[in-house]
Ligand binder design. Structure first.
Ligand SMILES: [Zn+2]
Length: 632
């Protein structure tokens, strides 16, 4: 092993002997700029907070009710000439975040054109996204089509930032005020061609390995929190529900408000699926609530936790589940439901509830974590209801109202719009989101795209992946002859470049060579007896953001660099596509018997990576871990 490579000694739990693990600090793969600085550790925790349907005006609706003050109101004439309402300012904690910008949300194949958007009042009604496409993009960085959950436009599964967290040994979860199988949470933990396949999505989410899945959608309760005489399996199938109730799933099922509240402190189960005792949403669809009500005056469903209470519980369960940190997506899902219904009182209540949820998260960061280790991103999947002030069209008018009163607004759609939405961020990596804001809107100012949130989140997780030997395979665009598989050593930028990418039947083959691995053994014979040692290696999947090449696609042929009696190289392992089993499971690199173990032995291996010819072009990064074990 080269001298610049640090060696880490690891104690293997339970064996009572020292074994060596060879860890080489990793590079961050080169991705589209701006990207995480190599060598800067990524955040320990990433939290996405999504206000479903939360446009700038929904944020202001909440602030006006709470504080009598707005931040984003203006009269805008067609053509984008904006006259701001005087005396405005932010009143919410997140409006003081270092990143407070705008974001485009369109689905694949559409676009956001700032000039076009403000050219006429009807323009934002075209080309809007749904929650499935938008949340999939926030979770993966890849644009996709409406209705699609966790897949690209060809229905290839994409790996989400929540799933990536699990691969890194972190905990992961989703929390929402609407059914937990609804499009936004589903897009982080499931993969399906259509958002309406709730039962398949429920099964997929229950198989995801997530630690926390909290939401509404209880088959035994209606929208007022009253128990049904017979269950209604809209959002979760009978089979999945029975498995949860009967303890036949990976989760502890919680339903009552008290059971949610009990999770906020102390020890907790590692996997909890919370289904509040209500139908579609915690509060927004209760029949007592009328659109013209003064918000929070209609009787509330009192048998369910609030979104902030669910959030408190989720943060405790996730913190308990792993010392390595976590990812969680927390959705104010019913801002959208109330906005679809043009229910002004409901939209205010849901926005205020989401504001309290964000404050719960900020309190947790400041008391139990820090802004050095936790990234918080707050945004929306899209605007909903085309909320504006009274007498809007053809001009956009300011929303009006007073603190504690019913607002005066106009709703100009029952669906989504293509308007920009707000995005706020604080914590490690938030500067990457600011750097991504390359667009300029005449009314909203600088904006990024929702794909930037998923991309940056994946990049920041990649910076967490520091154990093992970094692997980098560049899959060329179709027609390019040369590809590269590079093994590199992080800080020195050293490594072994490998060429290839030639067609072998229906696949592309890349070749490379493992950096030399040296084993030095000076243990006394009295301690070791007749034992020797063995070195094994295992690869993780290689990834390019949300796309992966399975570790089984990588194989090797081990060899001795300095041959010694009593030391033998491991058997070749062919890649899966080449008829072998690949390096997804541990494989032996070399073995030393007692007579050959002493002194320094150096081994290496020729690597072969084989991928389907239609593999998407890109830089695929992964790590290969080499471990040394004593043999009795
Ligand atoms: Zn919607």
């Amino acid at each position: 092993m080269t001298s610049r490579v640090p060696m880490t000694w690891l104690r293997i739990a339970g064996t009572g002997v020292l074994a060596a693990g060879i860890a080489i600090s990793s590079t961050t793969p080169a991705l589209a700029a701006p990207s995480a600085d190599p060598g800067t550790p990524g955040p320990k925790n990433i939290i996405h907070l999504i206000g479903d349907g939360m446009g700038f005006n929904q944020v202001d609706l909440g602030s006006q009710f709470e504080h009598g003050r707005t931040a984003y109101q203006s009269t805008v004439k067609p053509g984008g000439v904006s006259t701001p309402v005087p005396g405005q300012g932010g009143t919410q904690v997140y409006q003081e975040f270092p990143v407070a910008l705008a974001m485009s949300t369109y689905q694949l194949g559409n676009t956001y054109d700032p000039v076009q958007n403000w050219s006429s009042f009807s323009a934002p009604l075209k080309s809007s996204t749904d929650s499935a496409a938008a949340a999939t993009t926030l979770a993966t960085g890849v644009k996709t089509l409406n209705n699609v959950i966790g897949q690209d436009e060809n229905h290839q599964d994409l790996r989400t930032v929540a799933e990536r967290a699990l691969e890194l040994g972190k905990a992961t979860g989703v929390v929402t005020s609407v059914p937990w199988t609804h499009a936004t949470p589903a897009s982080y933990l499931a993969h399906n061609e259509h958002r309406n396949n709730y039962h398949d999505i429920a099964a997929d989410m229950m198989d995801s390995g997530a630690n926390v899945i909290f939401g509404a959608g209880n088959p035994w309760y209606d929208d007022n929190g009253d128990r049904r005489s017979t269950p209604k399996y809209d959002y979760v199938g009978e089979a999945q529900w029975d498995a949860l109730v009967d303890g036949q799933s990976a989760f502890d099922l919680v339903e009552s408000k008290d059971d949610f509240l009990a999770l906020a402190e102390g020890d907790t189960p590692t996997h909890v699926l919370g289904t509040a005792q209500v139908g579609g949403t915690l509060q927004a669809d209760r029949t007592a609530l009328k659109p013209g009500d003064v918000p929070f005056t209609a009787p509330r469903n009192d048998n369910v936790p609030s979104l902030p209470q669910m959030t408190d519980a989720a943060l405790n369960v996730l913190s308990n589940a792993s010392d390595e940190g976590f990812f969680v997506m927390i959705e104010g899902g019913a801002i959208d439901w109330a906005s679809h219904d043009n229910n002004t009182a409901g939209a205010v209540e849901e926005q205020v509830d989401f504001n309290r949820t964000i404050e719960t998260v900020v309190d947790w960061v400041e008391k139990s974590s820090s802004w050095d280790e936790t990234l918080v991103v707050i945004t929306a999947d899209h605007e909903c209801g085309y909320l504006s002030g009274p007498a809007a069209n053809p001009a956009w008018t300011p929303v009006q109202g007073v603190q504690g009163g019913a607002p005066q607004v106009s709703w100009n759609s029952g669906g989504h719009t293509n308007h920009l939405v707000p995005v706020y961020a604080k914590g490690p990596g938030s500067e990457l989101l600011a750097a991504a804001a390359t667009g300029t809107d005449p009314v909203r100012g600088a904006y990024l795209d929702n794909s930037d949130v998923g991309r940056v989140s994946h990049e920041l997780w990649a910076a967490n992946d520091t154990d093992g030997i970094p692997l980098l395979a560049t899959v060329p665009e179709a027609g390019e002859v040369d590809g590269r598989l590079t093994l590199s050593v992080a800080d020195a930028g050293a490594g072994v470049a490998l060429t290839g990418g030639e067609n072998v039947g229906d696949r592309l083959r890349f070749a490379g060579r493992l950096p030399e691995v040296s084993v030095t053994d000076s243990r006394a014979a009295a301690t070791v007896g007749t034992g020797g040692w063995t070195v094994s290696g295992q690869s993780g999947d290689l990834s390019s953001g949300p796309r992966t090449l399975r570790a089984q696609n990588l194989g090797w042929t081990p060899g001795l660099v300095s041959a010694k009696e009593g030391v033998s190289a491991g058997s070749p392992v062919a890649p899966l596509l080449g008829g072998g089993t690949g390096l997804g499971a541990p494989a032996t690199l070399a073995t030393a018997a007692s007579d050959g173990r002493l002194g320094t032995t150096t081994v290496s291996a020729d690597l072969a990576l084989e991928v389907p010819v239609d593999t998407r072009a890109g830089d695929y990064a992964g790590t290969l871990t080499v471990s040394l074990f004593p043999v009795d």
